[in-house]
Design a protein around this ligand. Structure first.
Ligand code: SF4
Length: 280
């Protein structure tokens, strides 16, 4: 059986960069802290923990410690609060997320009501909200686009959480345009996400079986799984080789493997090896 690993599988540019920054800071001997996990992946989190990076739930006294800001950013208030508490800041926010912050601020400066299409509870969305003076509207699904929420608004500026699914976003934007005449839409889904999602569409068409690798807590892995599953029912989601079932590959000529932006290469390799061994 042929195994085809998607070129875009695994770490995106922003996550790889944030991990490198965190490792470098830990190696320098500083006491490095992070608010929450660097990414939604147990292997990566464990590696950072082993190298000495500590996770905290809330900011205590900084006392010269270092606070690392994760790839998906933080609210401006969190960063200024940390500075006042005595932390040194290392900002590993992905440059593409910073661009979303700048675009959202510009739209607000133009006098528009900002709409963020994204997951309400996601750190990246919270980070965008925290850049703005006025509370933006967050839309997570078509069902959130309601006339009574939007009818008094004259002009809106829309930005998108970097990892959203493009087709879903375009449906939401079209619905908003039905209610509001003046819409400035900025498609801020990042290029690595677009590439991943487009390969998540070709992979199920070109392979009998698709295996998506990543943690159950990773939203972007879930999105890849959903896209692939819609196109190929023989799509499976695993986090480790132990979860692979031989029955999935019955009479299959090829298997495509993809992985979320927080999945390390080592996990992808182990799953590919596991499939190879099962089918040998
Ligand atoms: S998903 Fe995109 S925006 Fe988010 S960290 Fe990766 S490259 Fe940056």
């Amino acid at each position: 059986m042929k195994i085809n690993i998607a070129k875009s599988a695994g770490f995106c540019f922003g996550v790889r960069r944030a991990i490198q920054i965190a490792m470098k800071a830990a190696r320098s001997g500083r006491e490095v802290y992070m608010l929450g996990d660097i990414v939604h992946n147990e292997v990566v989190v464990g590696k950072l923990k082993d190298s000495g990076v500590k996770k905290i739930k809330s900011l205590g006294p900084g006392r010269g410690r270092t606070l690392l800001i994760r790839a998906h950013g933080a609210q401006a208030g969190t960063i200024s609060g940390a500075r006042s508490a005595g932390y040194n800041i290392i900002d590993a926010t992905c440059p593409m997320v910073k661009e979303i912050h700048a675009i959202a601020k510009k739209l607000e400066d133009e006098g528009r009501m900002v709409i963020i299409i994204g997951d309400k509870e996601h750190d990246e969305v919270r980070g965008i909200v925290g850049q703005l003076n006025k509370k933006p509207i967050i839309i997570s699904s078509l069902a959130d686009v309601k006339l009574k929420r939007l009818h008094r608004i004259k002009g809106v500026g829309i930005v998108v959480q970097s990892t959203q699914e493009e087709s879903k976003v375009m449906e939401i934007v079209a619905r908003i345009k039905k209610y509001i005449g003046d819409v400035a839409f900025k498609n801020t889904i990042c290029d690595p996400t677009k590439l991943k999602q487009s390969q998540a569409k070709t992979l199920p068409a070109e392979n009998d079986v698709v295996v998506v690798v990543g943690s159950r807590s990773s939203a972007n892995t879930k999105r890849l799984y959903q896209i692939s599953r819609r196109l190929n029912r023989r799509t499976y989601w695993v986090n480790s080789p132990g979860e692979i079932r031989p029955s999935w590959f019955k009479e299959a000529g090829s298997v495509g493997i993809t992985a979320g932006a927080s999945t390390p290469e080592s996990s992808i390799k182990k799953v590919a090896e596991g499939i190879k061994n099962l089918c040998a």
